[in-house]
Design a protein around this ligand. Structure first.
Ligand code: G5P
Ligand code: MG
Length: 216
């Protein structure tokens, strides 16, 4: 468990394992995993005003407009209150990074560097339980019963934006919009990069980093 509050951002290409690693960090160290994508997908299922606005952008692999996302994420951070958290999927451009830094002091920015070829193979096998955000992967993290969520027994689905042509678009957009964001955080001396093809290769390095830097 963390001895002090820490606030981290995790950045990586679509399918690089941000959600998987954030869950591991929060399970092992106690923090709140705040995933923009999960929040948006939950709003789409509930057909809220936010969900209605976000749906088409997500299906096409485009960014949802800043005004909507920033407002939603800052509100969620306020709800989390005085607890450690990991922001997964936010900020996604400089405008969002600036809006976040005006409000919050971020302690670390974790970036995941996973080859695109590995990602393309992975997302084909991804199945999710959209209401909770639980993620499975055939051959890596199988559900106990094929096609069903382990906790609720409800059906798993494939993400609309995991279709190959949308994944290609998301990967392209990632390189274009996130390189300046990483550079922006690098100037602040916050970035720690983890490279690997598998989560189990990255995880031990991540643990060393968390223990050394954040618990220090
Ligand atoms: P999201 O939801 O933020 P992405 O594209 O950033 O989506 P994604 O796809 O959720 O990221 P991830 O979280 O990095 O990927 O990866 P993951 O789900 O943990 O792992 C991928 C798969 O690989 C899983 O099935 C996992 O089980 C498996 N896996 C993990 N490790 C291994 C391994 O070692 N081996 C194997 N074989 N498998 C493994 O954003 C979605 C959309 O929402 C909008 C945008 O439209 C975006 O495209 N959006 C925003 N718009 C504007 N501003 C923002 N800030 C926005 N945030 C989201
Ligand atoms: Mg994710």
């Amino acid at each position: 468990m963390y001895t002090k509050i820490f606030r981290a951002v995790i950045i990586g290409a679509p399918g690089s394992g941000k959600g998987t690693i954030s869950e591991l960090i929060c399970k092992n160290h106690g923090c709140v995993h705040i995933s923009t994508g999960d929040i948006l997908r939950q709003n789409i299922i509930k057909n809220t005003e936010l969900g209605k606005k976000a749906k088409q952008y997500i299906a096409e692999g485009k960014l949802v407009p800043d005004a909507i996302v920033t407002k939603t994420m800052l509100a969620r951070i306020t709800e989390v209150g005085n607890r450690s958290y990991i922001l997964d999927g936010f900020p996604r451009n400089i405008a969002q990074a600036e809006a976040l830094s005006a409000r919050e002091q971020i302690d670390a920015v974790i970036t995941l560097d996973v080859p695109h070829s590995v990602i393309i193979d992975r997302v084909k096998n991804r199945w999710i339980h959209a209401p909770s955000g639980r993620v499975y992967n055939i051959g890596f993290k199988n559900p106990k019963v094929p096609g069903k969520d382990d906790v609720t027994g409800e059906p798993l689905i494939q993400r609309e934006d995991d279709k190959p042509h949308v994944v290609a678009k998301r990967l392209e957009l990632y390189d274009e919009v996130m390189s300046p964001v990483i550079a922006w955080y690098e100037k602040k001396g916050l970035v720690a990069t983890f490279k690997g093809k598998k989560t189990k290769e990255i995880w031990p390095m991540m643990e060393l980093f968390l223990n050394d830097r954040i618990n220090a």
